[in-house]
Design a protein around this ligand. Structure first.
Ligand code: GCU
Length: 613
């Protein structure tokens, strides 16, 4: 029985409303009562005919809607006019994007209506039920049995609606309008170098909990003190004062905490003899949490991450981040990766490359990625899609970006693998931009004071002096890492220019090169100066690595990118054909020459690190 301690940090979080009821439950998989994955009937609706009438008035805005596909009606008699019928409509897989499931929808960017029917009998009379979505790109309007539950904007983070008392034993109709149109004021905005996959791209679950349940919790080892865990638990329901018990049998930890009237309790306990989590030893511990009738388990690794000058310290020891960038795409299928098996495949390839770190670009990937990275021993950089030129002055754009950041941190805060929250990618410096991003950094720090904060910034050269590369960004004053993308040898000059390059990076902080690389069509061969050949890409790597090694604060890198990926911006016939070819692995899974170049470099880095005290 460990002493109970109330701690200020997490009371602060209570004030900020984080983890408040209504937010998606953490560890939703542990609450699943019914998976709603599978084949869903769909209606492709480019004119939003099921959403607005010919006057463009929304059907669901009416107090008693008389039209709208969400009503999922059937003609009461042969003379009743109904011009849609889900049962006779085609179907798609959920989870999954629609673009890779039907060639006619490859470039489709608009509305698709999804409908699933399900039966459900509550486990107990006072149980509660929630519809949980892992994500839907880009906006989702959700209806149950003809009534609107709500709406979510943002394509890569979870959301849920409570449906207690709204379910029927048989034939519940769940209808979701998903629209992936791009908007200038959106996050991301209209221009990206990845495929705008639309749909119910992640798991859909019906969750069931007791009347009062644990909806959120955090276990975090404090930077600088690897043997002290601090955390909180948050209850949701009518009995906020229910005692909560936390047990880690392997560590003989058993803590009972007493939540306050808001259902919140904080705690602290010592980690006696725990093995700290690291890529070499991805040690996870089973934890059980219970409050009244609520009882479930979780797996957590304990580690510390911090910086000291130019060093990154994992569990107090300096580390070099041997990384690679990754999109949430299965190249072999050419669609969104949605399963634990696909996460294992992609992260397994990164391990094979010799990585201890992966940048999940440019948006929150599915939850399996972080959980599999916990198991495999890969450190992660996670990012929100504040990409290129979003509307910095628009308060709604900011609210959208901040909400995506909050939902991401809320979901993955207990993942040992996650060490960096990234606010943005390649955003042009301006006063409005920097103010926007500094607010995001402050929000991230308020939500999670235990991880590193960064963003993928840019370098520039003085007029007429392309050999000099300067990294200077007001945002770097508030980030823990100085990360930047550079494409010397591809967008700027040729690989031979790497040897002449010099760097001016006046920050006593760790430098992470968050992108570099060049396109190569797997199987295309030629001399090292012929673009798009494997030889050019391999030479670019051979010349870039020693160039970067000259940067004294260099503590890691994530070359662009592990696998070729789809992009509507890449149209070179017989070379790109809708694919960005900067992968080290082709769309058919075959390694390119540069894969071995980086693998060899990482093997040397790992050997050097193994020699360090
Ligand atoms: C950019 C960007 C990536 C893009 C890459 C490329 O820097 O961050 O999203 O795909 O470069 O041009 O291939």
């Amino acid at each position: 029985m460990k002493r109970l301690l109330l701690l200020s940090v997490f009371s602060l979080l209570a004030v900020s409303g984080f983890g408040a009821p209504g937010a998606p439950f953490i560890n939703a998989a542990a609450r699943e009562a019914l998976s709603l994955n599978g084949r869903w009937h769909v209606i492709v609706d480019p004119y939003d005919n099921g959403y607005v009438n010919y006057r463009l008035e929304r059907f669901d805005a009416a107090p008693k809607p008389t039209g709208g596909y969400f009503l999922d009606q059937k003609p009461a008699n042969p003379s009743q006019l109904l011009e849609y019928d889900f049962d006779r409509s085609p179907s798609l897989n959920v989870p999954g994007d629609w673009n890779s499931q039907d060639d006619k929808l490859l470039y489709y960017e608009n509305t698709v209506w999804y409908r699933q029917l399900f039966d459900f009998t509550p486990g107990t009379a006072d149980a509660r039920q929630f519809l949980h979505f892992g994500a839907a790109n880009y906006e989702a309007d959700v209806y149950l049995n003809g009534a609107k539950l709500g709406r979510h904007v943002g394509g890569f983070t979870p959301f849920q609606f409570e449906v207690t008392g709204r379910l029927k034993p048989k034939g519940n109709s769940l209808v979701v309008r998903v629209n992936n149109q791009r908007h200038p004021e959106g996050v991301p905005t209209v221009n990206t170098d990845w495929w705008n996959y639309g749909g119910l791209t992640r798991d859909v679950r019906l969750l069931e909990t007791p009347a009062t349940c644990i909806c959120d919790y955090a276990f975090q080892v404090q930077p600088g003190d690897a043997h002290l865990v601090r955390g909180y638990v948050q209850l949701d329901g009518g009995a906020p004062g229910l005692p909560v018990r936390i047990e880690i049998p392997e560590l003989k930890v058993a803590v009972t905490v007493q939540p306050d009237q808001a259902g919140r309790a904080t705690f602290e306990f010592a980690l006696n003899g725990a093995e700290l989590w690291s890529p070499e030893h991805p040690r996870l511990y089973g934890i059980t949490l219970s409050a009244g009738a609520d009882h479930f388990s979780e797996k957590v690794g304990f580690r510390t991450i911090e910086t000291r000058g130019p060093d990154i310290l994992l569990n107090g020891k300096s580390i070099f981040l041997r990384g690679i960038c990754l999109h949430e795409e299965n190249p072999l299928r050419g669609g969104r990766a949605t399963t634990a098996a696909e996460a294992r495949q992609l992260l397994g390839w990164a391990k094979e490359l010799g990585c201890n770190y992966v940048r999940l670009a440019h948006y929150p990937h599915n939850e399996y990625m972080a959980r599999v990275a916990d198991e495999l021993g890969l450190l992660l950089w996670e990012e929100v899609p504040v990409y290129w030129t979003i509307h910095w002055d628009d308060p709604d754009t900011y609210a959208n970006a901040e909400n995506q950041l909050t939902e991401l941190i809320n979901r993955d805060r207990n993942r040992a693998s996650v060490i960096v929250w990234s606010m943005a990618n390649e955003t042009p410096i301006s006063t409005a931009r920097t103010a926007f991003l500094k607010k995001m950094v402050a929000r991230a720090r308020a939500l999670d004071p235990t991880r590193l904060i960064s963003a993928a910034m840019e370098r520039h050269s003085p007029q007429g002096d392309t050999a000099t590369n300067i990294v200077e960004d007001p945002l770097a004053e508030v980030t823990d890492l100085v990360s930047f993308n550079q494409y010397i040898g591809w967008y700027a000059g040729l690989p031979d220019d790497c040897a002449k390059a010099n760097w001016i990076i006046n920050y006593n902080k760790p430098v992470i090169v968050s992108e570099f690389g060049g396109d190569a069509l797997q199987g295309l061969h030629g001399d090292r100066l012929t673009r798009f050949t494997e030889e050019y890409q391999a030479d670019l790597y051979r010349q870039t690595l020693p160039m970067l090694d000259k940067i004294p604060q260099l503590r890691g890198m994530t070359p662009w990118i592990l696998c070729d990926f789809r992009s509507p911006r890449r149209v070179l016939p017989n070379i790109q054909d809708g694919w960005n070819r900067k992968g080290l692995i082709g769309e058919n899974g075959t390694r390119k020459q540069a894969f071995a170049v980086l693998q060899e470099y990482y093997a040397r880095k790992a050997a050097e690190a193994a020699k360090l005290p």
